[in-house]
Design a protein around this ligand. Structure first.
Ligand SMILES: *[C@@H]1O[C@H](CO)[C@@H](O)[C@H](O)[C@H]1NC(C)=O
Ligand SMILES: *[C@@H]1O[C@H](CO)[C@@H](O)[C@H](O)[C@H]1NC(C)=O
Ligand SMILES: *[C@@H]1O[C@H](CO)[C@@H](O)[C@H](O)[C@H]1NC(C)=O
Ligand SMILES: *[C@@H]1O[C@H](CO)[C@@H](O)[C@H](O)[C@H]1NC(C)=O
Ligand SMILES: *[C@@H]1O[C@H](CO)[C@@H](O)[C@H](O)[C@H]1NC(C)=O
Ligand SMILES: *[C@@H]1O[C@H](CO)[C@@H](O)[C@H](O)[C@H]1NC(C)=O
Ligand SMILES: *[C@@H]1O[C@H](CO)[C@@H](O)[C@H](O)[C@H]1NC(C)=O
Ligand SMILES: *[C@@H]1O[C@H](CO)[C@@H](O)[C@H](O)[C@H]1NC(C)=O
Length: 450
């Protein structure tokens, strides 16, 4: 029984890592209606530094955990590939506690909890991202035992649940719950998960019970001291405290050569995309591809990819078919590349890259341009120029990895190679997203969501 139970827990942990909340029902209307109520006036902008690594600059094992905050089960070949590759982390500085302790955390839309590493006496090299010492904070309170989060790459952090004051951009929110991690397999930095409430690490056991994977009710779990809980994470707290009208944020990863991007809570920057934002409903599946009865991740329907004159679609579907046969695609800023169902990945690799025996991956000549890849979502096209799909194997090399690889799943994972070209508003209240082709500019035209 114990073995089964543990196996079950591992399975659950592995699939419990992307979570969303919900978006406003008048979202479409609000997007096209600039009526100004005098509510929120100052946008809450969280700037982040884009930290790029490659094996040549950093092969510290501990750095590895952060880039895989995705739902994918990383295989050793993937690992080798991504190790050899350049990848990005989005590091933002928060102030935690009173007085505020500055800590750099890795932003993640694919998970839903903030956790920070605890300061430890034995720290030898010091942590360049900062650590948290609860004893030094006048406002820290322990909330519960047993904080644990496990990500798609099976990296994890363990400690206790606490609550304390968090401050960013002069917005101070008291009593935010977070993980105070005394142990983590990726000790480089903490993670600032801003995904859906339904995916909070604290609630996985409740969801398992709902699904019938665990034959214990919520009450029985509680009695056994194993009960889970839901809580208001950062995006929800911003609304609860009246700083935003809507629970949602816009993600702007900026161009591939830039050093910084930003997240705008409760608002969109209309200067940073072309045309109109297109609202897409989320698909209720989890990372095994199974239907679930609540939204846990930012999956949308992807109709096709068009390159040159060819289209790549679900072979079981046609233009006329309805949504049930369309592919699903996870928008995942914790992933660098684009992962496609095997047949599509293979077809594209054969046509646009050559398999390399040394790197064990499809590669291209970095200077050789190619056609645009057009990703079609209903009537919205996101155009990804060929060169944005290429990742240098090292600073000096002229060999580039081709950025579309097999997901070994029946869905796409659209990582940074795609997201950099996309401006996205994540509407956590209505569980929708709105997307448009990103426009790289320093101009700004902020519209607060009503
Ligand atoms: C991940 O993949 C490995 C190798 O295919 C497999 O043994 C393992 O069970 C998988 N883990 C999960 C959580 O799916
Ligand atoms: C945390 O802060 C307290 C109070 O300043 C200090 O005594 C303690 O050594 C610190 N802990 C670590 C691990 O540095
Ligand atoms: C935060 O407040 C301080 C002092 O009022 C001010 O100098 C600083 O510019 C503010 N920072 C932001 C990001 O608004
Ligand atoms: C999801 O399904 C479970 C079990 O079938 C049920 O207990 C739960 O209430 C459902 N949740 C929602 C949001 O419908
Ligand atoms: C985008 O990148 C450019 C160039 O690095 C930078 O000047 C600009 O501030 C960045 N925009 C945002 C919103 O971070
Ligand atoms: C695409 O189709 C058009 C019209 O049939 C043709 O002129 C063009 O050469 C084709 N392009 C490619 C890249 O095959
Ligand atoms: C949509 O697909 C489902 C499942 O294949 C099918 O039962 C249904 O009739 C289809 N609806 C339309 C309008 O084609
Ligand atoms: C934005 O401003 C920075 C610094 O002034 C500049 O380096 C960058 O090229 C600008 N970006 C765009 C897209 O104009």
């Amino acid at each position: 029984m114990m073995i089964d139970f543990i196996a079950c827990i591992y399975l659950l942990l592995a699939i419990s890592e992307t979570a969303p909340v919900s978006l406003p029902s008048n979202f479409k209307k609000s997007l096209h209606n600039s009526a100004n109520k005098q509510k929120q006036t100052t946008p809450i902008k969280l700037d982040f530094d884009i930290v790029r690594h490659s094996v040549s600059s950093n092969n510290d094992d501990s750095a590895l955990g952060i880039q895989h905050k995705n739902t994918r089960n990383v295989t050793s070949t993937d690992l080798l590939f991504e190790l050899e590759n350049e990848y990005s982390m989005y590091m933002a500085t928060i102030q935690l506690g009173t007085p505020g302790q500055p800590i750099k955390v890795s932003l993640d839309t694919g998970s839903s909890d903030l956790w920070v590493p605890a300061e430890v006496e034995t720290e030898t090299k010091g942590n360049i991202y900062g650590t948290f010492n609860a004893t030094k904070s006048k406002t820290y309170k322990k909330y519960k035992d047993n904080f644990k989060v496990t990500y798609g790459d099976l990296s994890s952090a363990i400690g206790e649940w606490g609550h304390d004051t968090i401050s960013l951009n002069n917005i101070t929110i008291p009593g935010l719950k977070f993980g105070y991690a005394t142990k983590s397999s990726s000790a480089v930095s903490g993670v600032f998960g801003i995904g859906l409430k339904s995916n909070e690490a604290s609630s996985w056991i409740l969801r398992a019970s709902d699904r019938g994977d665990i034959a214990l009710s919520h009450k029985q779990l509680e009695e056994l001291g194993m009960g889970g809980f839901y809580y208001d994470n950062y995006p929800l707290m911003l609304k609860q405290k009246g700083y935003v009208n809507k629970v949602g944020y816009s993600l702007y990863l900026n161009s591939s050569d830039s050093q910084s991007g930003s997240i705008l809570f409760g608002a969109v920057d209309e200067a940073k995309y072309h045309d109109e934002l297109k609202v897409l409903d989320l698909v209720n599946i989890d990372d095994t591809g199974s239907k679930v009865n609540t939204t846990v991740a930012f999956f949308v329907h992807l109709d096709e990819i068009a390159v040159d004159n060819a289209t790549y679609i679900n072979s079981n579907s046609s233009k006329e078919s309805n949504s049930s046969s369309r592919y699903s695609a996870l928008l995942d800023s914790g992933t660098s590349l684009i992962y496609a169902p095997d047949n599509i990945a293979k077809a594209l690799q054969e046509k646009y890259a050559t398999f390399d025996k040394v790197y064990k991956h499809p590669v291209c000549d970095c200077t050789q341009d190619g056609p645009d890849f057009k990703f079609q979502f209903e009537d919205k096209t996101i155009n990804v120029p060929f060169l944005d799909l290429l990742f240098k194997v090292s600073e000096t090399s002229n060999v580039c990895m081709f950025g579309i690889v097999s997901s070994k799943q029946d869905y796409f994972i659209l990582g940074d190679a795609f997201l950099r070209l996309t401006y996205i508003y994540y509407d956590l209240e209505e569980t929708q997203v709105a997307i448009a082709q990103a426009r790289y500019t320093n101009e700004s035209s902020i519209r607060v969501m009503e």
